[in-house]
Design a protein around this ligand. Structure first.
Ligand code: C2E
Ligand code: CA
Ligand code: CA
Ligand code: CA
Length: 278
């Protein structure tokens, strides 16, 4: 039994070592990718739920590791956050997204709102609002067409973050609370934050058909948003049933495979072109 126990301990240690070395590999890979600008952005259209008309797009970071292949954000974003690499990576995402959207605008393509995910760690930086303002100026892009998506974990943060959010909003930038319903924020905190939109987490939309509890959560979020005068986006709408049910609650915007998957910028430009022609 003792020998088995030791063997298990060794196995456990080597598994831990694997995890650690895998993380290290990801971290090193992220540094190289940042240096070589090897990230890409996928664009997922946001539509009006009733008409399907394109109203915006969310940019989603994509990374292909030279050996590991395509690594999903759920795997590498946490590593980027732990190491602080999310700060320069996030800055790159914001600059790229605004540059691309500004280029489309200059070409006369249909206007769209650009939504960019922002990590709480980016608010550790000095004067985040000024950095955002500089990017908008550099690309001559209207602040009102930029929406920053923040997760609820941000709410528990410091007063300095709340101030930064207010300054961003004064610039005209819009703020959305992402994955709403999955965090632990209190309603009092929500009303104190300068928000424009709630994004209903995919888990509640997709639980809708099976579970009365998910339905209840979605209903409450819709009521809350209407009471606080916030816009709503439903994430992860995949079926006509989900679309119909959500429409029975309220008009809102939506993202999901029912409408469009995240796509390369060329494909979105194509969609925008159709919108402009039609
Ligand atoms: P998120 O912000 O909640 O983004 C939505 C995720 O849902 C995306 O996954 C998108 O591809 C996926 N999705 C959209 N529609 C559907 C659908 O109908 N069905 C299903 N099953 N999935 C759908 P993705 O691209 O893997 O991103 C995962 C998360 O990584 C994002 O969740 C976001 O939290 C984070 N992330 C992505 N890009 C960035 C970034 O540039 N910066 C930061 N800080 N986080 C990012
Ligand atoms: Ca998001
Ligand atoms: Ca989300
Ligand atoms: Ca989500």
């Amino acid at each position: 039994a003792k020998a088995r126990g030791r063997c298990r301990a060794v196995l456990f240690e080597s598994a831990m070592a694997d995890v650690a070395s895998h993380r290290l590999k990801l971290e090193q890979g992220l540094r190289v990718a940042l240096e070589q600008q090897a990230f890409r952005l996928a664009w997922q259209p946001v539509v009006d739920l009733r008409s399907g008309r394109l109203v915006g797009a969310e940019v989603l970071l994509r990374w292909t590791h030279p050996e590991l292949g395509e690594v999903p954000p759920a795997r590498f974003i946490p590593v980027a956050e732990d190491t602080g690499l999310i700060v320069p990576i996030g800055a790159w995402v914001l600059d790229q997204a605004v540059a691309q959207a500004a280029a489309w605008r200059a070409q006369g393509l249909a206007e769209l709102r650009v939504a960019v995910n922002v990590s709480v760690r980016q608010f550790d930086q000095d004067d985040m609002p000024a950095r955002v303002a500089r990017i908008l100026e550099r690309h001559r892009f209207p602040a009102a067409l930029l929406e920053l998506e923040l997760t609820e974990s941000l709410i528990a943060q410091e007063v300095s973050t709340e101030l930064a959010l207010r300054r961003l909003r004064e610039l005209g930038v819009r703020l959305a609370l992402d994955d709403f319903g999955t965090g632990f924020s209190s309603l009092a905190q929500l009303t104190a934050l300068p928000m424009d939109r709630l994004k209903i987490d995919r888990s509640f939309i997709q639980g809708q058909a099976q579970q009365g509890s998910s339905q209840a959560v979605v209903r409450s979020i819709v009521a809350l948003a209407s009471g606080l005068n916030l816009d709503i986006t439903a994430e992860g709408v995949e079926t006509l049933d989900q679309q119909q049910w959500l429409l029975s609650l309220a008009d809102m915007q939506a993202q999901g495979y029912l409408f469009h998957k995240p796509m390369a910028p060329e494909a979105l430009a194509h969609l925008l072109q159709e919108g402009t022609d039609g």
